[in-house]
Design a protein around this ligand. Sequence first.
Ligand SMILES: C[S@@+](CC[C@H](N)C(=O)[O-])C[C@H]1O[C@@H](n2cnc3c(N)ncnc32)[C@H](O)[C@@H]1O
Length: 226
Amino acid sequence: MSQSRPEQMRTHWEKFAEGDPMYYIATWNKNWTLDDFFASGLEVAEKIARWAGRQHGGRMLEIGCGLGRTAVHFSRWFDRVDGVDISPKMIDMARSLNPPDHVHFSAISGTDLTQFENDTFDLVYSYIVFQHIPEEAVIESYLREISRVLKPGGQAALQFDTRPEGTLIKLYKSLPDPLLPRPHRRFIRRYRRRPERLQSLMEGAGLRVEDEQGKGTAEHFFLLRK
Ligand SMILES: C[S@@+](CC[C@H](N)C(=O)[O-])C[C@H]1O[C@@H](n2cnc3c(N)ncnc32)[C@H](O)[C@@H]1O
C-alpha cells in the first residue's frame, strides 16, 4: 500500500537521521563535529530571543527540532522548552545527548500539535523545517495549530524560503533524484513560497505579522503575534 504524505515525510527523515543526521539538518557543513554542530545553534537562538524581546520565563515550543541544536540553547530564556519532530529517530538521539532537564523532546505526526493544550506557549519557533514541507495544506494546518497552542499575545518566529521561483528552477526540480546533488533531492530540497500567500494563511489562522526579516530570501523570518 502506498504511504500517505506525512508517512513519506517521516520515512525520508528517518533515513536522513540514520544516515548522516548532522549533515541533513545543517547541509552547509559536510564534516560536523558534535561540538561545532551544537555551537552553531547558539547564534540563531540568541537572534530570535532578542528579536522577540524575550526576558527569562515561560514556555517555548520548537517544531522540527532535529537533534536539539537550537532547543538546548533556548533553554536559557525559558522555564520549559518542548522540541518536537516528525522523526522518532531524531528525537531518540536528541534525548540521548544529555539536554538540560527542562528541555523535553517528543515525536509528532508531522501535521499537527495535538498533544499540546490550547494557550500553552509564549513562543513557537521553527527554522529550516517548513521549507522542506511540499504541501501547503500541511503548512496551513501547522499555522492553525500554532495559533491554538500559543497563549493569547504569544509569539511565533517562523522561517520560510520565499525566493521567487522561475521556470529554470521548476525544470531543475522535475529531474529525478539520482541526477541531483543530495540537498536538492525530494523532501530535503527547499520548497519556495510566496510571502503574500503565507501572510494570508497566517492571518487566516489568527496570527498577525509583527515584523519580518529577509523577505524574498531563503531565510525569510516572520515574527507573529496571536
Ligand atoms: C533541516 S532539519 C532542522 C532541525 C533544527 N530545526 C535545526 O535547526 O537544527 C529539519 C527537521 O525537521 C523535521 N521535520 C521535517 N518535516 C517535519 C514535519 N512535517 N513536522 C515536524 N518536523 C519535521 C526533520 O525530521 C528534521 O529534524
